[in-house]
Design a protein around this ligand. Structure first.
Ligand SMILES: *[C@@H]1O[C@H](CO)[C@@H](O)[C@H](O)[C@H]1NC(C)=O
Ligand SMILES: *[C@@H]1O[C@H](CO)[C@@H](O)[C@H](O)[C@H]1NC(C)=O
Length: 225
């Protein structure tokens, strides 16, 4: 009996100490195994990230990106212009675990509710007045109205949005701990998947009738990615 108790105690302590180990994050890119691995975006190989170009073909220019110099002039129907600086736009980010975006808003422009499944987000406002909010898994909205120089952080995978609440344009830069944070927009996910989610699922999910679902679908076409 005594030895059973000791074994039981050891098993429990081992389990408890395992719980206290730092858990490997499931929401950050794995660390690099070499100094750099500039992506070969044309490789037919499918790996977690992209295969590296031969290091001897890489120059300083590969670590340089000037695509943010030009201000956005083309705005989507929600009055937003998004410039992504991820591994697709800037292949040197491959394996480095970082990326960024610049988002510009006309007055009342909105980046509608979405998630980044693979990254936390640091948002730095550089111009204007921006309402930034995210909702926890306890359905609490955390929010702030930011002006130039102010920062808000958005935890990985949670639903968030930004809206220009100032008189003029607003600009913010988002920084991610992933080369490819991914974006999953809520409205197109629910109403414009291929194939479509069956209407019965949506009428039940929102507790409304078919007319209301049709109405939302007809209005939401501008939200297509
Ligand atoms: C943002 O503006 C730039 C420059 O006008 C344009 O090339 C780009 O396509 C726009 N991005 C979006 C998502 O509309
Ligand atoms: C659907 O629901 C709306 C809101 O409750 C209601 O006004 C409308 O009459 C309903 N339509 C049908 C066809 O039941």
């Amino acid at each position: 009996m005594a030895s059973y108790n000791i074994i039981h105690l050891v098993v429990c302590l081992t389990f408890l100490s395992l719980l206290q180990l730092p858990m490997p994050s499931h929401c950050a890119d794995p660390g690099p195994l070499q100094d750099f691995c500039v992506a070969d975006l044309s490789s037919p190989l499918l790996v977690n990230g992209f295969p590296c170009r031969k290091p001897e073909t890489v120059t300083s220019n590969d670590f340089f990106f000037d695509g943010l110099q030009k201000r956005g002039r083309v705005f989507n129907p929600l009055n937003v212009n998004l410039t992504e600086v991820d591994v697709f736009a800037f292949p040197a980010l491959n394996t480095l675990g970082v990326s960024m975006n610049r988002v510009e808003f006309l007055p009342e422009g909105e980046n509608p509710p979405h998630t980044h499944p693979r990254a936390s987000e640091l948002s730095l406002v550089t111009e204007g007045k921006l309402f930034v909010g995210w909702v926890s898994t306890q359905y609490i909205l955390y929010w702030k109205v930011l002006t130039a120089g102010e920062v808000f952080v958005i935890p990985p995978g949670l639903v968030h949005f930004q809206r220009n609440v100032g008189e003029g344009n607003a600009v913010f830069y988002a920084f991610f701990n992933s080369q490819n944070p991914g974006i999953s927009k809520i409205a197109p996910t629910l109403f414009y998947s291929t194939p479509l989610i069956p209407d019965q699922v949506l009428t039940t999910a929102f507790n409304v009738n078919q007319t209301i679902i049709d109405l939302i679908k007809s209005g939401a076409s501008v939200l297509l990615p």
